[in-house]
Design a binder for this molecule. Structure first.
Ligand code: NDP
Length: 412
């Protein structure tokens, strides 16, 4: 399969565009389509500024409303792409997926579908939207890879890789720490609307074979991590818990996210005042406003944080289980540097870690290695070629177990 359409022109799309350009010998023609044409054009301009195209080739920008399935399908046919990397807002997943099924091209995204009118979905989230299209995807022979960013994405691949080293898996704990600093009083690393939605609802984790419900910031734990040192993280809800619990129902599956005290204080004040609500309120002047939209409008645009961002991210999977009747434990991890990411692709480290895996998956689909002709969550695919490829394109995986701490690399 060749020729790629990137949907969205935000922070993650910027990384996808640069990495796809760096690998355009394998991916063919490149296109980027977003709601605002100027943003898509700016992404391409930054690719050319860094001379990122590996070989001379096409990179075109298009205006597109990705909520309109017919428009997405028409564009796919018109430009002749066989792979769509959807890194638009999570509200557009289902319309883009439908267009891919209709046109028979491969689909991938980095987040679960969300309905803008709902603040909190009932688990398993994939079951509410994407998984309902499994049969249609298979009937069309379409490869649809769900959630191939970093988390979800690489962390699912690591969970599978660790599970493959064991006879039985007891627990999968995913820990996400951003030890970087953007230097602002308060800012979110990506769209505040999406970011806050993640933390205002019930925290679901899969423990003892059933969903456990907690409140955000209710359960904290300090994790001993390489590179960033001991870090406090809080049990949080996240996409990958929902697919991993379906694929490893006998294991406890938890997601932990690191927050500083300052973030928690500001978030708590905003939430308790009702400023994170998506329900409109009417002011004394009769003006109807959505508080969450107002908060988004006054916070720094996440895209503007990248130039001054310093420090590192550290994301790790801790997987415990049994091998030959003995307990085993592995940690698989990666650390990305915000400043290095900015210098390479013009984005901060969090967008970098989300965008690079999607391009690795597109390369594996283009090469036929991951072109499975059906809908899958990432842990259902062979992790080995993906981990090896990521090692060479900017996101190496390291493993720590009783044999030490080293690069995770497979001989295939
Ligand atoms: P941004 O908000 O920066 O960008 C989203 C882009 O989508 C914008 O360019 C926006 O257009 C575009 N868009 C929104 N609605 C439409 C529409 N109807 N039609 C066409 N384009 C549209 O988001 P990010 O780049 O930070 O994130 C992109 C995706 O990646 C999100 O789904 C996010 O949840 C996910 N993500 C995944 C991570 C992972 O590790 N798995 C980590 C970080 C993010 P406009 O600019 O005009 O508003």
């Amino acid at each position: 399969k060749r020729n790629v359409l990137i949907i969205g022109a935000g922070g993650v799309a910027q990384v996808v565009a640069h990495k796809a350009a760096q690998n355009n010998d394998k991916l063919g023609d490149l296109h980027i389509a977003s709601r605002t044409l100027a943003k898509a054009e700016a992404v391409i301009a930054s690719v050319h500024e860094k001379s990122a195209m590996k070989v001379a080739g096409v990179f075109k920008a298009h205006a597109l409303d990705a909520m309109d399935t017919a428009a997405v399908a028409a564009l796919i046919r018109d430009i002749g792409v066989q792979i769509v990397i959807n890194v638009g807002s999570p509200f557009v997943n289902m319309t883009v997926l439908d267009a891919c099924i209709e046109t028979g091209v491969a689909y991938m995204d980095t987040a679960i579908h969300e309905d803008p009118s709902k603040i909190c979905e009932i688990p398993p989230w994939y079951g509410n939207y994407e998984w309902k299209k499994r049969d249609a995807t298979k009937a069309a022979g379409v490869t649809a890879i769900l959630g191939i960013g970093f988390d979800p994405g690489v962390v699912n691949v690591w969970a599978r890789a660790a599970a493959d080293m064991m006879d039985k898996v007891h627990s999968i704990d995913i820990v996400d720490i951003n030890a970087g600093s953007h230097g602002k009083y308060f800012a979110t690393n990506f769209d505040p609307e999406i970011n806050f939605r993640e933390f205002t609802g019930t925290v679901y984790s899969w423990q003892g074979g059933k969903w456990q419900e907690n409140a955000m910031f209710e359960i904290g734990k300090t994790w001993d991590l390489p590179i960033v040192g001991p870090s406090k993280a809080y049990l949080s809800g996240h996409d990958e818990v929902h697919s991993l619990s379906a694929n490893y129902p006998d294991a406890d599956v938890r997601f932990w996210m690191g927050f500083g005290e300052h973030y928690i204080n500001v978030f708590t004040v905003l939430k308790n005042l009702g400023l994170l609500s998506e329900q409109p309120v009417v002011t004394a002047e009769g003006l109807e406003v959505v508080p969450l939209k107002v908060v988004k409008a006054v916070l720094p645009d996440p895209a503007t944080l990248a130039p001054g961002y310093t420090g590192k991210t550290l994301i790790a999977d801790f997987v415990k289980g049994e091998k030959d009747g003995k307990p085993v434990e592995v940690m698989i991890y990666n650390s990305a540097d915000h400043k290095e990411a900015y210098e390479e692709v013009g984005s901060q480290g969090i967008s970098y870690t989300a965008g690079v895996p999607a391009v690795a998956a597109a390369i594996l689909v283009a090469e036929g290695v991951w072109d499975v002709g059906q809908m899958v969550n990432v842990e259902e695919l062979d992790p080995r070629p993906f981990i090896n490829l990521l090692n060479t394109i900017g996101l190496p995986s390291y493993i720590k177990d009783d044999q030490g701490d080293r690069l995770l690399q497979y001989e295939i």
